[in-house]
Design a protein around this ligand. Structure first.
Ligand code: ATP
Ligand code: MG
Length: 332
C-alpha cells in the first residue's frame, strides 16, 4: 500500500493556504487511499525566533484543526514530531550525507534567513539544517508520497537526493519519495501582496485568511484584497496576480477552473463577493468541528498519544537500519 507523510509547523495559526494546499487533500483523498501519517512538526517551529508557550499552544491547536479538517485517527496516524525520537536520530545521520552548499541553495532558507536578519535577529543553525530534518521526517516512514503545497517541492526534491545518495553509498535503505501537489490551490497568495505566498508566520494579518477567522472577518479580508486598476476579469497570473489569486481561491473552493470562472464575472466586486462566500462555506464545517473538539481536549490528547506510539513503531526499524548501514555499532 502506498505510504504518505506530510506535516504542518506550529509557527502560527493555520491558514486558508495550508488548507487548500495541503490539509484538504490529506482529509478527502490521501487518508482514504494510502497508509498516511500527518505530523505537527514542532521541532521545525524552533528554527526561527519563537515563544515556547505559543509553540505549545499552537501545536495543540494544529492537532485539533487537523482533526477538525477531517483527518480520522481510524484511517491515518496523527502525531507530534517531538514525541518520536526517530526524527532527530535520523536527521543527524542524514546531515552526514548532505552538504552545506545544498542547504544554502534552499529558497525557503534564503527567504527566512533574510527575514530574520531584517528583523535584527540572528539566523539559527537549525534554519539551515531544517530541510535535513524534514527529509528525516519523510524517510523514517518509508513514505512514497508527500502531499504538499508548491513551496515545499524543493525540500522534497532534496529529500529524494539524500535518499538516493544514501542508498548508493551505504546500500538500499530508503524509499525515494515524490511530492504530490494539488492541481489548484498549490500556492495561495497573500491577499494584500499577491506576489508572496500566504504564510502563517507572516506578519501581514489582513492578507492572510486564518482557518478560525469569523465569517465577517473572512469577508472583509477578501473584499479588501489587492487587485489592479483594470476592469475586465481575466485569468493571467503574470499580469494580474491579485485577480488570478482570487480566481484560484474561488476555483479551489468550488471545484471550478480559474480561467473558465474568469468568463463568468463582469466586475471585481462580484468576483470578490462570491469568493468570500465560497471561503466562508469551506471553512464553516471545519470551524464547527473545531469547536466540538475544543470541548473534548482529552480526545485530542489520546489521538496524539496513540499516533506517536504507532509512528514510533513504524519509524524505528528504518532508522535502525540506517544506523547500521552507515557504520554505527548496534547496541546489544
Ligand atoms: P510558515 O510561514 O511558518 O512556513 P506555512 O503557512 O508556509 O508556515 P507550513 O507549516 O510551512 O505552513 O506548511 C504546511 C503545508 O501547507 C505544506 O504542505 C505547505 O506546502 C502548505 N502551504 C503553506 N502555505 C501555502 C500556501 N500559501 N498555498 C498552498 N499551500 C501552502
Ligand atoms: Mg512554510
Amino acid at each position: 500500500m502506498t505510504r504518505v507523510f506530510s506535516g504542518v509547523k506550529p509557527t502560527g495559526h493555520l491558514t486558508l493556504g495550508n488548507y487548500l494546499g495541503a490539509m484538504r487533500q490529506w482529509a478527502t483523498v490521501d487518508q482514504h487511499r494510502a497508509e498516511s501519517l500527518f505530523c505537527i512538526v514542532d521541532l521545525h517551529a524552533l528554527t526561527v525566533d519563537h515563544d515556547p508557550a505559543r509553540v505549545r499552544r499552537l501545536s495543540r491547536q494544529a492537532a485539533t484543526l487537523l482533526l477538525a479538517a477531517g483527518l480520522d485517527p481510524e484511517l491515518c496516524t496523527v502525531f507530534v514530531q517531538s514525541h518520536v525520537d526517530e526524527h532527530a536520530r535520523l536527521s543527524y545521520v542524514l546531515e552526514c550525507v548532505a552538504t552545506d552548499g545544498e542547504m544554502r541553495r534552499m529558497i525557503q532558507y534564503k527567504e527566512k534567513a533574510a527575514r530574520e536578519r531584517a528583523r535584527g535577529g540572528s539566523v539559527r543553525l537549525s534554519l539551515l539544517t531544517y530541510p535535513v530534518l524534514m527529509a528525516a521526517d519523510i524517510l523514517a516512514y518509508g513514505a512514497d508520497e508527500v502531499p504538499v503545497g508548491d513551496d515545499q517541492a524543493q525540500h522534497v526534491e532534496l529529500t529524494r537526493d539524500l535518499a538516493t545518495r544514501f542508498n548508493q553509498r551505504y546500500g538500499y535503505t530508503f524509499v525515494v519519495p515524490r511530492a504530490t501537489l494539488p492541481t489548484v490551490g498549490a500556492r495561495v497568495m497573500n491577499l494584500q501582496d499577491p506576489l508572496s505566498k500566504m504564510g502563517k508566520s507572516d506578519d501581514s494579518g489582513p492578507g492572510i485568511v486564518y482557518l478560525l477567522d469569523e465569517p465577517d472577518v473572512v469577508r472583509k479580508k477578501v473584499m479588501r484584497a489587492v487587485t489592479d486598476s483594470g476592469r475586465e476579469v481575466v485569468y493571467d497570473r503574470e499580469a494580474r496576480p491579485g485577480l488570478a489569486n482570487l480566481l484560484e481561491i474561488l476555483a479551489s473552493c468550488t471545484g471550478g477552473n480559474p480561467s473558465e470562472l474568469s468568463g463568468v464575472y463582469e466586475s471585481y466586486g462580484a468576483l470578490k463577493k462570491d469568493t468570500a462566500e465560497a471561503v466562508v462555506e469551506v471553512l464553516r464545517p471545519v470551524q464547527e468541528r473545531h469547536k466540538e473538539l475544543c470541548a473534548d481536549p482529552g480526545y485530542v490528547e489520546g489521538v496524539l498519544r496513540d499516533g506517536a506510539e504507532r509512528a514510533r513503531a513504524m519509524a524505528r526499524p528504518t532508522v535502525d537500519a540506517a544506523y547500521r548501514a552507515i557504520g554505527l555499532l548496534p547496541a546489544t
